[in-house]
Ligand binder design. Structure first.
Ligand code: SF4
Length: 278
């Protein structure tokens, strides 16, 4: 049985395609892992990718990916997958999501893969099924990524773009990269112009860097700046730590109390955003 605590990338025995029961999607999400090499250009302190190292997606065997996704969708729609692998109450196919062991849009084949997945969605009569890109946003300025996101927007596409911090110092600690406010604003603006976009943000407490109160204030100031931009943001997905980080520098990470997360959600709502708290 799958559950919300274990998101093994090889639960179906495939290389690129893996089903999970997602707390965020509230059902079954079919993940597409374009980083089976466990390489990402970021190094988030809370990352659950084992043996994470810096790098990019490898060359993808697109034909194999298509075969795996075709077989997975067939089993979900016509086979025993739901009864045998999914707990009652979660037996709904919620989305196909580009999300895996690294940044999916770092694949040089990303656009071709998006087109292949769209074709399969149509072949299985899943036109209305959301197609999500879970991204750190760092490849937003690449034209082929923009074209892929625009194609997604015509096929129930959604972008979930990571914004965990409001300053370069905080992103250095949280995401292992120095990303300025201007970069965040630019990446979110590009995503919104290509495809419906949600911000997704992870909060936790630890004994490193600035206090959680300072990080929260900087994050809210950045969201306020986004609100004043001429873009449509669908909302903010807030989440805390549900599964342990697999990074060795993360041993002092602590989940924040639910009341703290609720009060952050209230502050974000007061800025005028829709919020989902997970
Ligand atoms: S962007 Fe995602 S895959 Fe990359 S380090 Fe952060 S959490 Fe891990």
């Amino acid at each position: 049985m799958l559950n919300t605590h274990h998101h093994s990338r090889d639960s179906a025995g495939f290389r690129y395609v893996y089903p999970v029961v997602s707390r965020r999607a509230r059902g079954v999400s079919v993940g597409i892992n374009l980083n089976p090499n466990h390489c990402c250009n970021w190094h988030c302190v809370y990352c659950q990718v084992p043996s994470l190292s810096r790098g990019h997606a490898p060359v993808i065997d697109v034909q194999q990916l298509q075969l795996e996704l075709d077989a997975m969708l067939y089993d979900i729609l016509h086979g025993c997958f739901m009864e045998e692998r999914v707990p009652e109450g979660h037996r709904v196919l919620r989305d196909i999501a580009f999300s895996g062991n690294g940044e999916p849009s770092s694949s040089k084949q990303f656009q071709a893969i998006v087109n292949a997945v769209i074709e399969l969605k149509e072949r299985h009569a899943l036109k209305q099924l959301p197609l999500r890109l879970i991204t750190n946003g760092s490849y937003m300025r690449h034209k082929d990524v923009q074209q892929a996101m625009t194609s997604m927007s015509q096929h129930q596409g959604e972008i979930w773009i990571k914004v965990d911090a409001g300053t370069g110092e905080d992103s250095k600690r949280t995401n292992g990269v120095s990303i300025t406010r201007e970069h965040y604003l630019n990446h979110v603006e590009i995503a919104c112009r290509c495809c419906p976009t949600w911000i997704q943000s992870c909060f936790f407490d630890d004994d490193q860097g600035r206090t959680i109160a300072e990080r929260r204030a900087a994050y809210l100031a950045l969201l306020q700046q986004m609100k004043s931009m001429d873009i449509t943001l669908h909302g903010v997905l807030l989440y805390g730590l549900a599964r342990p980080s697999l990074q060795k520098e993360a041993k002092d990470l602590r989940a924040l109390p639910h009341a703290w997360m609720q009060s952050l959600a209230t502050d974000v709502r007061c800025l005028g955003f829709d919020v989902q708290l997970h």
